[in-house]
Write a protein that binds this ligand. Sequence first.
Ligand SMILES: *Cc1c(COP(=O)(O)O)cnc(C)c1O
Length: 421
Amino acid sequence: MKWISTRGKSKPLTFSEAILEGLAPDGGLFVPEYFSNIQWQQWNEQLTYQDIAYHVILPFLLGDRLEAELKDMCKIAFNFPVKLKTLTNRVSILELFHGQTAAFKDFGARFLAECMVRNNHEKKEILILAATSGDTGGAVAAAFHQKPNIKVGIFFPRGKVSKRQEKQLTCWGENIFSFSVNGTFDDCQKLVKEAFTIAKFKDQFHLTTSNSINIGRLLPQIVYYFYSSIEFYRQHSSKPNIIIPTGNAGNATAAFWAKMMGAPIDHIILAVNENKVIPDYLTTGNWKPKQSLTTLANAMDVGNPSNMERLIHLFNHYKESYDWVSAYSVSDDEIRQTIINTKNECNEIICPHTAVAMTIYKRCLSNKPAIVVSTAHPAKFENIVEPLIHQSILIPPTLNDLLELPSKCTEIEPLLDYVNF
Ligand SMILES: *Cc1c(COP(=O)(O)O)cnc(C)c1O
């Protein structure tokens, strides 16, 4: 299996090569040369999540030097539960927040870490640089903490992440270096880009980033769409519609790839906040990135979703896939109302991102079989959720353990002069 660029001007690479590159040399994103069909109907019902992960990811690694290690990688990366919770007789919630940092980013970050550790055949250490406005940096730090021959630099805007998010970015030490930047998220991104051009970093390290365009983060996200749609299909004898809280559309791309490979999924519905470039594109056919707006679902505040290039490539090359998609936008007022209603009607506390998807279920899909994807634990957004439901949220033990560790970080101006690893 080779990985090709969406822009078609780079030479096809193996999986191992593509994860070290991140972005294709022509500026495009890596996509698989073809999609294998998974014969899940023949699976034994006792397969574990890790077994399913192995079967789903294997076709993408055929012939790669990591193929022989995939079983071990799945065992180590997916060491936490995935829960499909029945909400009513038509709708289930897919809880993806039982990992260490309580958001679905743990799946991608942990699998990428297993890839990188085994893929480091150069003499140089790997240095992973990440600018973060919230969840990604914490998941990457947790996943790479204490991994040999790898260092991680995290840049976050001081005072612009929540207290609990900041703790997840700064509680690690050892090979994780956290920088609290006196600036904005854009300043942090600029620092990361600039670092790639600076000799003292380039000479010493193999530099790379860990953002959601890396296929090492995307592949593990396909697995939970297989797992949950098969489970739903076995329970209900009907294919679920999948409603996905969407920002950069990495999670949505993984759902499309799962359906391409035969997962029993009906439609795929992209639920966005007031950043509505994706629904606008589907109604007008024009792709028009915008400045991002700040909303209550801040991990989805994206005006130029990077993975849309992969989805548009899919729509162009596999015309049928265009018929599977729809996208809708939700306001902050609706997010608040849905958090309250879901608590009152179903006794379920959901995070603002999950509430975006739940709003779309109520508005557009009532009474159709559906899986609502839940991307984060509500305790990460207690400042928004608790005042609405007038109740404090129990913190999951894994998250609580992190919150009790001391913080270590370096405060910097938006300059690389004082940055060392
Ligand atoms: C990152 C994130 C999203 C958006 O996922 P994409 O793959 O970027 O579309 C949604 N919810 C939460 C909680 C996130 O952290």
